[in-house]
Design a protein around this ligand. Structure first.
Ligand code: COA
Length: 256
């Protein structure tokens, strides 16, 4: 497995670490594929009881790799790898603990909605900049966020798209617990140990029961969102925003 995803098992806890810190762990199509494979493998490995997902270099993930997106714009499979990852993380039967040491942007935040416990550093911050990029939300956010925080707050997070800190993320219910930065991994591993010591079938069945009310709807929304997202990627608004990112300038939507 490529070293952009580190996979390490300690006892019954599998740690997956996004490992592209020079790009803030932005996710390439290859990384999505590796993540999907690692999650599926962990789910079928009887030695694994808990999956931890974190990022190297004091960041969680800056979301989709924008350059990768631009390069893949004309490929019909451009959104297949992210979709497969989302379908996998939303259906994995074992508990997933996300450990957020720093920045979590775009799908870096929306994937947290599918994790079972989210533990964040007090230095972490979160952002859903889809509309700022001329795009629309993905990752089930259009369904789960309004349920979690109500329409107005969801609108603010998705449409205004400003960054928010760990304390607000905890207040909104996106994060379970905010931890002093230096203690993050110790606290997260202690939680993972506690979870791994519980009756594994009871944990999995309980997780499935908590999810089943809207699993079917969520799977439909993931597909519908990604289709709309893929169409938006080719829109003049998104083109301007993606180009602006590569040129390190603010996007200018005044002509639209
Ligand atoms: N895609 C591709 N490259 C990315 C990236 C992304 N999503 N996020 C960060 N990077 C790259 C930057 O271009 C930069 O590369 P460079 O060193 O070659 O110039 C490097 O990662 C470091 O990022 P930088 O912006 O210098 O770090 P920062 O600490 O000032 O800001 C972020 C971090 C995450 C807030 C900022 O990089 C950002 O907003 N990124 C875009 C995130 C985004 O919009 N994601 C959603 C995509 S749908």
């Amino acid at each position: 497995m490529n070293d952009q995803l580190l996979v390490q098992r300690t006892g019954s806890i599998l740690e997956l670490t996004l490992n592209r810190p020079d790009k803030k762990n932005a996710l390439t199509l290859a990384m999505y594929q590796q993540l999907s494979e690692a999650l599926l493998e962990a789910d079928s490995d009887p030695q694994v009881r808990v999956i931890m997902l974190t990022g190297a270099g004091d960041c969680f993930s800056a979301g989709n790799d924008i350059l990768d997106f631009i390069a893949a714009l004309d490929r019909p499979d451009a959104v297949q790898a992210p979709l497969k990852f989302l379908q996998t993380i939303t259906t994995v039967s074992k508990p997933v603990i996300a450990v957020v040491p720093g920045v979590a942007v775009g799908i870096g935040t929306t994937m947290l909605l599918h994790c079972d416990l989210v533990i964040a550093s007090d230095q972490a911050h979160f952002q859903l900049p889809f509309v700022r990029l001329g795009l629309v939300p993905e990752g089930g956010a259009s369904l789960l966020l309004p349920q979690l925080v109500g329409h107005r707050k969801a609108f603010e997070l998705v449409v205004m798209g400003e960054a928010f800190n760990a304390s607000l993320a905890a207040d909104l219910g996106v994060v379970n617990r905010v931890v002093e930065h230096g203690k993050l991994m110790d606290v997260a591993r202690a939680q993972a140990e506690k979870l791994a010591a519980l009756a594994p079938d009871a944990v999995r069945q309980s997780k499935a029961m908590l999810r089943r009310g809207q699993q079917e709807q969520l799977q439909q929304v993931l597909v519908a969102e990604i289709e709309q997202f893929a169409a938006r990627l080719k829109s003049p608004e998104a083109m301007e925003a993606l180009q602006a990112f590569t040129e390190k300038r603010a996007a200018d939507f005044s002509r639209f």
